[in-house]
Design a protein. Structure first.
Length: 243
């Protein structure tokens, strides 16, 4: 098994000691069962990673000795921005996790007319922090050293109406084109929630330059569609095997 990886929210400096917060101390001491001398890899999302060693473990705190920095990057050459219709809790969590593993650059949660989930400001803030934590954990697992940006949930009109330099794709069952027609990046990928998009939202998307594309003859759930589309795009234009 490889060396465990740990995301640290503070900027890391090689050659210094870092006292972990309570949550990360518990994870390192109780979940990983690390002891003084145990090796870790740490990263702060600003690029590259650091070797680290557990210096001290107490009941409530863990201290790491940070070693040298390595400029290792595992980012895809394809920039994909995912505009994902907000879906029910576990489905949205799964999309954030798997999209991060598949190299997405940015996730923009979209509140649509048919969204089942309605987020008041306070709840939206909690969900955003939760999604960002999921993305950080996914980076720890998959080897990425840059955490994808996750934007606060916003309305459909606000996100779709933004100016864009990307190839814009609307995933739509039965569309005449497939993702094989996409020849360049960056890519903005728009996926509706469980209830799909309304007719008005579809027209807004088309007017904003989104091209309808399908993923084949079967109708996929919103969370399956996101993962399948990202895998296809990374295989064709990114760094997934076969691309």
């Amino acid at each position: 098994m490889g060396t465990h990886r740990l995301y640290l929210p503070e900027r890391i400096v090689a050659g210094t000691d870092v006292a972990l917060d309570a949550e990360r101390s518990h994870y390192v001491a109780r979940v990983l069962r690390a002891r003084p001398g145990s090796a870790l890899v740490v990263f702060d999302g600003h690029g590259g990673e650091y070797d680290a060693t557990v210096r001290a473990v107490s009941k409530h705190a863990v201290t790491l000795a940070v070693g040298s920095w390595r400029p290792d990057e595992r980012e895809s050459p394809l920039e994909v921005r995912l505009l994902q219709g907000v879906s029910r809790g576990e489905r949205m969590d799964w999309v954030v996790q798997k999209a991060t593993e598949l190299g997405v650059a940015r996730i923009m949660p979209v509140i649509t007319e048919f969204s089942v989930v309605r987020l008041e400001p306070e709840r939206a803030g909690r969900r955003l922090a939760h999604w960002r934590k999921i993305a950080q954990g996914a980076c720890e697992q998959c080897g990425r050293n840059r955490v994808p940006a996750i934007e606060p949930p916003a309305s459909f009109a606000a996100l779709v109406g933004e100016a864009s330099d990307a190839t814009r794709i609307l995933l739509e069952p039965g569309a005449p084109h497939t993702l094989a027609a996409i020849e360049r990046g960056p890519v903005e990928l728009l996926i509706g929630p469980e209830g799909g998009l309304s007719a008005g939202e579809r027209e807004q998307a088309l007017a904003a330059g989104f091209r309808p594309c399908s993923l084949g003859p079967r109708v996929l759930r919103t969370e399956t569609a996101a993962v399948a589309a990202l895998a296809v795009l990374q295989a064709r234009l990114g760094d997934l095997a076969g691309g």
